[in-house]
Ligand binder design. Structure first.
Ligand code: DGJ
Length: 737
C-alpha cells in the first residue's frame, strides 16, 4: 500500500519503495507539507514535524495563537494572504477585485494507477499496481472555487507526479491568474540549483549555482518551452555528484510558457514552484467550468545524478512516450536538409536516397521546401500541397519511388506556421495570432497560426491527413521555427486573451493527438529550430525530437550530455553531417561524428554520394554497427562518465539490462602533446563478470574501480580512429561479458 491516511490527524503518507511524501491538514484547514525525501517508516503521529514559533512581525491567523503564521509553515499549495508572503502557487481574481483566497480541506479520494489529464500530455501507468493516486479536495468557501490536488506515487522509483484542477462551483465568474502545477516547500536551502540553458544551436547546457536568499528562476514567455531554458531543474546537495548524494529533479510535462522558481526565505527554507508562467496568464472560469494544470514530475534520489537521470529516462521512455515506436529501435535515416536545403529536384533527391540505401540507411526524410511556393523562407508555409515543379509525381510519386528503392519515406511539416505569401494567408489573414491595430513581428518571415481556434486546427489537420493518407509516409518531422509575439486571438473576447498562450498549446496537442491516433505507426519527430521545444510534453506525442540544429560533433557532445540529465537517448535525434560543419565551420573526423551520433536516434544529414569511396565504406560499417547495437544504444542504462563542460576528455556509456553488454563512448576534444596517461572509471557493470574488450578481458570491478585504460595506443572497438594523432578524436569500446 503506497498511500497511508490518518484521518483523525488529517495526515497523508505517500510511500513508495524509495520515497516518502508527507502532508497534513493544518489547523486553519489549509494543507501543510511535512516531508519529501528518502522513504521513512510510517508512524501514526507526525505532528512533531509541524514546527511553530511566535516570531516578531509575523502575521497570525488566530488571535489566540501567536505562533500560527502561514509565513513560517511549509505548505502544499500556497496562496497569497492568510499570512503568507512568499510567491503563491495560485492566485484568483474575483469580481470585487480581491485576489485573496484560502483553500481548505474538504476530503480526499485514492485510486490505483493514475488518471488521464484531459487534453494534456502526462505520464501514465500500464497496470494498476505501478502507482497510486491521491486526490486531495479543497475549497475556497467565499468563492466556491474547488481545488483538487493530484499526487501519483510510483511504487518502484522515487517518482511523484503532481497537478491541480480548479472547478468553479460558485455563482460568479472568476479569473485564475496563476495556477502552478507544483509547489513544494523544503525545510532547508543547502542546495545547488542546476538549470539547463542556452540558445539556438547550443541548447540545454547545465548551469549550476548555490541557492541564495531571494528568488531564482528560469522560464519562457515565447509560447514554446524554448532554446533558452528547459522546463527542468535540479536541486542537488553541494556534495552530490554523478554517483552519489541527494538530488531532486523537477520536470514539467508541458511545451508552452513555463516558470521554474526557487524562493529562499531569510530563514533558509525553499519554496519550489513549477508550472505555466503566470505572466500574461489569465484564465476565466465561468460557474461550472474547470481548469486543469499541466503535470509536474518530481524525482528524488540519494544515489547521485546518474540515478536521477535514469529514473527520468525510464519514466519518459516507457510511461510518457506512447505507441508503436515507444519500445522499438529507431530506423537509421537520412535527411536532405543540409544536403540540399530547399534547392532540390526529384532526381537529386532520388540520387541521395539511392546512395544512402546502398550504404545501409533505412529511411529517407524529405525536409523543408516540397510544398506550395516554398523555394525560399519567404513563401509557401501553410500550403501543404506538393510543389509539382520540384516533384512531378507529388509526394505520393516520390514516396513510391523511395519505397521502390527499399527504403521508408518520411516528410517534414511546419503545421503551426504561415507565410504571408501563401494561399492560406491570402484566404484567412485573420487566422494568425495578431494584436489589433498593431504591427506583427515576424520570425523567419513567418507568422503563427492561431491554434487556439478549432477551425484552424481542423483545417491544418485536413491538409496533413490528405497527404498522409495519399502517400506512403512512415515518419513525420514536425518543425516549429519561431516564437510567439503579440499574442492575441481574434476569436476570443477581451477578458479571455490571457488564455491564448495555453489554448494555443492545447491546439498543438490536439493536432498531435488526432494525427498520431489516425496514423499510429508513423514515427513522429518533433523539432523547433532544433531543440526549441525539447520537452516532456512533446515526448508524449513524438518519441524523439531533433535535439539541436547544431550538428557539429564537438558541440553535440555538450548538447546531448546536457540533455541527458532529463531526457533518454531514445529521444535525441542525432545525425552525422558534412564537414566543414555548416553551423560552425569545424572539421571533425567522420568516425567521431558517428561516435557521437550513435548515442541518439542515428541518421545522416549530407549527400553521401559526395564522400570518397573509403568514406562510403566507413558509412557502411557505421550503419551496420548501429543496426546491430541500436537497441542497447537507445534503450540501455545510460551513464555520464566525464563531462565535456569540465574536461578535455568526455565520456558516457550505456549498459544492457542484464549488464552483459555495454558500449562506452570516449571523446578527446583537443589533442595534447606528451599527454598524461588516462583511465576512465566505468559504471553499471557486474563486478564479478569478465568483459571482453578488443580481445582482452577485464573484470567488471577492474573496469569500474581502477578504470579502463584510455591512454593513446589503447584502440577502441569501432570505427578505427588514427589513434591519438588528431584533434576531436574518439573511440567506442564494446564490452561483452
Ligand atoms: C529547422 C530545423 O531544425 C531544421 O532541421 C530544418 O528542418 C529547417 N528548420 C527547415 O526549415
Amino acid at each position: 500500500m503506497s498511500i497511508i491516511v490518518n484521518e483523525a490527524a488529517g495526515t497523508f503518507h505517500l510511500r513508495g519503495k524509495r520515497i516518502s511524501y508527507l502532508m497534513t491538514v493544518l489547523k486553519n484547514g489549509q494543507l501543510g507539507q511535512l516531508y519529501f525525501g528518502k522513504r521513512i517508516h510510517h508512524r501514526e503521529d507526525f505532528s512533531y514535524l509541524l514546527e511553530y514559533a511566535a516570531r516578531p512581525m509575523a502575521s497570525c491567523v488566530f488571535e489566540e495563537d501567536k505562533a500560527f503564521s502561514m509565513e513560517h509553515l511549509k505548505q502544499e499549495y500556497a496562496v497569497y494572504g492568510t499570512s503568507d508572503y512568499r510567491s503563491p502557487a495560485a492566485e484568483v481574481l474575483q469580481e470585487n477585485g480581491s485576489r485573496v483566497s484560502q483553500f481548505c480541506f474538504r476530503g480526499y479520494r485514492i485510486m490505483k494507477g493514475k488518471p488521464k489529464l484531459e487534453g494534456l500530455p502526462a505520464v501514465y501507468t500500464e497496470s494498476l499496481e505501478e502507482a497510486e493516486t491521491l486526490i486531495v479536495e479543497l475549497e475556497d468557501q467565499v468563492t466556491g472555487l474547488r481545488l483538487e490536488l493530484y499526487y501519483t506515487i510510483f511504487e518502484e522509483e522515487g517518482i511523484l507526479t503532481r497537478s491541480a484542477r480548479f472547478i468553479n462551483q460558485g455563482g460568479k465568474p472568476l479569473h485564475l491568474t496563476r495556477a502552478m502545477s507544483l509547489c513544494l516547500d523544503l525545510p532547508d536551502s543547502e542546495y545547488d540549483w542546476i538549470q539547463f540553458s542556452g540558445s539556438w544551436a547550443r541548447e540545454r547546457y547545465p548551469r549550476a549555482r548555490r541557492l541564495e536568499e531571494g528568488i531564482q528562476s528560469v522560464g519562457s514567455m515565447r509560447g514554446h518551452s524554448s532554446h533558452e531554458h528547459n522546463p527542468f531543474v535540479i536541486l542537488k546537495r553541494p556534495d552530490a555528484h554523478e554517483f552519489q548524494g541527494e538530488a531532486i529533479g523537477f520536470s514539467l510535462v508541458y511545451s508552452g510558457n513555463f516558470l521554474a522558481q526557487a524562493e529562499v526565505d531569510t530563514r533558509g527554507t525553499v519554496r519550489m514552484l513549477l508550472g505555466i508562467h503566470p505572466d500574461w496568464f489569465d484564465w476565466k472560469l465561468e460557474p461550472g467550468e474547470s481548469f486543469q494544470t499541466p503535470e509536474a514530475v518530481i524525482v528524488y534520489t540519494d544515489r547521485g545524478l546518474n540515478a536521477l537521470s535514469q529514473s527520468f529516462h525510464r519514466l519518459y521512455q516507457r510511461r510518457l512516450a506512447r505507441g508503436y515506436w515507444r519500445d522499438r529501435p529507431r530506423p537509421v535515416l537520412i535527411n536532405n536538409w543540409e544536403a540540399t536545403y530547399m534547392d532540390f529536384t526529384e532526381e537529386k533527391i532520388l540520387r541521395i536516397a539511392e546512395k544512402a540505401r546502398e550504404l545501409g540507411v533505412e529511411l529517407f526524410v524529405l525536409d523543408d521546401g516540397w510544398f506550395g511556393g516554398r523555394n525560399t523562407e519567404h513563401a509557401g508555409l501553410g500550403d501543404w500541397v506538393p510543389n509539382r515543379n520540384k516533384l512531378p509525381g507529388g509526394i505520393r510519386g516520390l514516396s513510391e519511388k523511395i519505397e521502390g528503392l527499399g527504403m521508408k519515406f518520411g516528410l517534414w511539416f511546419e503545421p503551426e506556421m504561415v507565410n504571408r505569401d501563401s494561399d492560406l494567408y491570402r484566404e484567412h489573414p485573420d487566422w494568425i495570432l495578431r494584436t489589433p491595430d498593431r504591427p506583427s513581428c515576424h520570425g523567419r518571415f513567418q507568422y503563427v497560426l492561431d491554434f487556439s481556434r478549432k477551425e484552424v486546427v481542423d483545417h491544418v489537420y485536413r491538409m496533413m491527413e490528405k497527404i498522409l493518407s495519399d502517400a506512403r509516409i512512415s515518419y513525420i518531422k514536425w518543425d516549429m521555427n519561431r516564437s510567439i509575439t503579440e499574442c492575441y486571438s481574434a476569436a476570443l473576447p477581451p477578458d479571455r486573451q490571457g488564455e491564448v498562450f495555453h489554448r494555443y498549446i492545447l491546439g498543438v496537442y490536439d493536432l498531435y493527438e488526432r494525427l498520431t491516433s489516425r496514423f499510429p505507426e508513423v514515427l513522429f519527430e518533433s523539432c523547433a529550430s532544433g531543440g526549441g521545444r525539447f520537452d516532456p510534453g512533446m515526448l508524449y506525442y513524438a518519441p524523439q525530437a531533433w535535439t539541436s540544429d547544431d550538428t557539429d560533433a564537438v558541440e553535440r557532445l555538450k548538447i546531448q550530455y546536457g540533455s541527458s540529465y532529463c531526457y533518454p537517448v531514445s529521444s535525441m535525434g542525432s545525425h552525422v553531417s558534412a564537414v566543414p560543419n555548416h553551423q560552425l565551420g569545424r572539421t571533425t573526423p567522420l568516425y567521431t561524428r558517428a561516435n557521437v551520433a550513435f548515442f541518439g536516434t542515428f541518421g545522416y544529414e549530407l549527400d553521401l554520394g559526395r564522400l570518397s569511396p573509403k568514406e562510403q565504406e566507413e558509412i557502411k560499417a557505421q550503419t551496420a554497427f548501429m543496426k546491430k547495437y541500436r537497441e542497447l544504444l537507445q534503450f540501455g542504462t545510460f551513464y555520464r562518465l566525464s563531462s565535456p563542460f569540465e574536461r578535455n576528455e568526455a565520456a558516457w556509456m550505456t549498459v544492457s539490462r542484464d549488464r552483459r553488454t555495454a558500449i562506452v563512448g570516449w571523446y578527446r576534444i583537443l589533442n595534447r602533446v606528451n599527454a598524461s596517461f588516462s583511465r576512465l572509471k566505468l559504471a553499471g557493470l557486474d563486478p564479478d563478470l569478465e568483459y571482453e574488450i578488443n580481445g582482452r578481458r577485464f573484470y567488471g570491478d577492474e573496469l569500474m574501480y581502477l578504470g579502463l585504460v584510455t591512454s593513446d595506443g589503447s584502440a577502441g572497438e569501432m570505427p578505427e580512429g588514427p589513434g591519438g594523432s588528431c584533434d576531436f578524436d574518439s573511440r567506442l569500446y564494446l564490452l561483452k561479458a
